[in-house]
Design a protein around this ligand. Sequence first.
Ligand SMILES: Cc1cc2nc3c(=O)[nH]c(=O)nc-3n(C[C@H](O)[C@H](O)[C@H](O)COP(=O)(O)O)c2cc1C
Ligand code: SF4
Ligand code: SF4
Length: 255
Amino acid sequence: MIGSVHVISFSPCGGTENVMQAITRDIPLPKHEYNITLPGDRTRELRFSRNDLVIMGFPVYGGNMPVHFSSLIAHLKGAGTPLVMVAVYGNREYEGAFLDMHEGVSANGFTPVAAIAAVAQHSGAPRIATGRPDADDREKLAQFGLQALNKAQAGGEGLAAPGAHRAWDLPAGIDIWPNTNMDVCTKCGQCAGVCPMGAVSDDGAATDNGKCIVCAACLKYCPAKARRFGNAETMKEYAAHLAHAVARKEAVLFV
Ligand SMILES: Cc1cc2nc3c(=O)[nH]c(=O)nc-3n(C[C@H](O)[C@H](O)[C@H](O)COP(=O)(O)O)c2cc1C
Ligand code: SF4
Ligand code: SF4
């Protein structure tokens, strides 16, 4: 019998967090929330039992979970704990995201029982899916939360990983790594403070591409608009690549 619900969100730009709030809105059990976006939020080991339900939300990048996904959840340990997978995507596609997530959480002792691919504003191109999840999305997400809880309460079979293949949606060779326009940077350090990977130097000048997961938080929260992805030429290529992602997509449920 599930006694409590644990809501775990990784949300550099806030869209995943909005989706998680909606999914868990009507759940009538004690809820514990963990935002694991920043490095300091991932230092304490968290252990869960068979009587807990974990609902875990991550954004989709390039049709996958973020690179380094397994290290982002290394501090989370289940013991046959039922888990709901939430992949939040920006109205393009989610492709192999559940394969990554299923593999990673299963290795840590969790049993996926339900999943949802939910839409939020595209963090790399905010003109896509602007303002989502909207009121209509939130109703559907809340209904899914209750369905997933019922599924977990019923026990039974775990869920196979939904999705067909792994993908990387960025054209090969594209220069996506963020950098700083030092002509306008004020060295305020905000970008370093919001980076989930500790990839930006304290003065905002340098980025460690080996750590960066291209989450766009440093662009979103830079007050001087000094952070940018790649260079103008390659970003035009990326914008063209996203041109087909404008028609509204809905959440896809697996329960
Ligand atoms: C570099 C990058 C790659 C992305 N790749 C995809 C993708 O493959 N498919 C998609 O639909 N959305 C994609 N997105 C959009 C995010 O998945 C979406 O905006 C998500 O809500 C971001 O979560 P957050 O707001 O919690 O950070 C991408 C965003 C960025 C910055
Ligand atoms: S947030 Fe912007 S202005 Fe501040 S240090 Fe970073 S790049 Fe510079
Ligand atoms: S440096 Fe990379 S990982 Fe860090 S906030 Fe910027 S885009 Fe995200």
